[in-house]
Design a protein around this ligand. Structure first.
Ligand code: NAD
Ligand code: G3P
Length: 357
């Protein structure tokens, strides 16, 4: 849906004229789409990319030559990089991180000297780190300290980058322990076609956003094997139970899983061929190797790495997770997808709320 009638003047929730300087780290699909959105909200946006070609194409041609290449970027959106320069951090009030989770720790180590408490730090990635089984909020705490992690805002929810740039109405959740920072994030993002809902359950929001990617791979596998709507609905619902069981063990509010970051994003990615994670599962079911799929995808499918972390985390937390386990076995133990579905269909039908209450 194109919302061409909305003017930038309609966007600012408070109606004030305070504008932020935003630095976006990660010039991939999501970083580009959020930069485009923030620039259309009249914020001044600089995207950092490690790729000189991307930096040049944004600054000279107003397009990102690698991701969302059809989108014309506005004049108040420019690029910096590939080197990381402390001046970029000095000049900005808001830092938005959109780097794949497995690389987050490396980037945070590089930016550590430049990130200050005054910055509004917004984390937009989804996933669980393989080496530590940590969510981005814990990686942030490890790398930049507790105060910065507590003041950061974590953004998640059903939001395909390619639809954001079309101004398709999109609703996301933002979570933080700092209510003022939460309001600030709402103020810069929120508009009629990009609606931002506050939530205080940081771990719940991040866990939901990570696990739904693993379940989207399962849904793609199911569709690729020819299973239809009844199966998908069951997979989604039982997958939600697995996510909720993990959340309960990790001290989250189980109701977070019923929100935008939970069922909202689960529904989006498990039912759409636009999802990279769904696509990975679909192609696997059609017999393509994981190596070939990830090579040709040209972009990250976080569920692939997260399946490994989630499988290990469920062992560690003693959480019953039959769907996550089968996705892990298909991806990492070469298990046949049909056999995995058959095994799932033979699991004991435990009480629906088993280990949830
Ligand atoms: N694309 C979406 O629709 C979408 C929506 C919501 C959330 N997300 C999440 O946002 C995060 C980023 O996803 P994306 O779609 O932008 O991925 P992408 O693959 O399109 O882009 C990733 C970006 O990170 C950069 N990058 C990768 N490794 C790096 C490293 N080691 N050092 C520096 N930069 C590195 C790449 O150069 C690229 O610019 C993921 O966690 C994803 O789950 C994506
Ligand atoms: O394309 P996917 O599967 O990485 O999904 C992108 C977003 O997470 C959707 O909210």
């Amino acid at each position: 849906m194109n919302d061409t009638n909305t003017t930038t003047a309609d966007y600012n929730m408070t109606g004030d004229n305070d504008r932020s300087n935003v630095l976006v780290l990660g010039a991939g699909n999501f970083g580009t789409s959020l930069s485009f959105h923030l620039a259309s909200m009249n914020e001044t946006v600089k995207m950092w990319s490690r790729d000189q070609k991307v930096v040049t194409s944004i600054n000279e041609d107003h397009v990102n030559s690698k991701y969302l290449t059809q989108v014309t970027l506005p004049d108040n959106l420019s690029a910096v990089g590939p080197e990381m320069n402390k001046q970029h951090f000095k000049a900005c009030d808001v830092i938005l991180m959109s780097i794949p989770t497995q690389h987050l720790r490396n980037i945070l180590a590089k930016v550590k000297p430049f990130v200050k408490k005054r910055h509004l730090l917004i984390m937009a990635n989804k996933g669980i780190e393989n080496s530590t089984l940590d969510l981005p909020c814990t990686i942030l705490k490890d790398c930049l300290g507790e105060t910065i992690a507590n003041n950061a805002v974590y953004l998640s929810g059903p939001s395909f980058a390619a639809e954001i740039v079309l101004k398709e109405p999109t609703c996301v959740a933002v979570a933080s322990k700092n209510s003022e920072r939460l309001e600030w994030a709402q103020r810069i993002f929120h508009c009629p076609h990009f609606r931002v809902y506050p939530c205080n359950d940081v771990v719940g929001v991040e866990l939901a956003g990570s696990i739904k990617n693993v379940l989207a791979i399962a849904s793609g596998i199911s569709t690729g094997l020819g299973y239809q709507s009844n199966t998908r609905a069951a997979l989604l619902t039982r997958g939600l139970s697995e996510m909720t069981r993990m959340g309960v063990k990790m001290g989250c509010d189980p109701l977070t899983m019923s929100g935008l970051a939970g069922i909202g994003d689960l529904f989006l990615t498990c039912t759409s061929e636009k999802s990279r994670n769904f696509t990975v599962g679909f192609k696997l079911a059609k017999g393509e190797s994981l190596e070939s799929i990830t090579k040709t995808l040209g972009s990250v499918a976080e569920g692939v790495a997260t399946a490994k972390s989630a499988y290990e985390l469920c062992r560690k937390l003693k959480v019953y997770s039959p769907i996550i386990d089968e996705v892990y076995k298909i991806l990492y133990e070469n298990k046949d997808a049909k056999e995995a579905v058959n095994d799932l269909l033979e699991t004991e039908p435990l009480h629906e709320l088993h280990m949830i209450r």
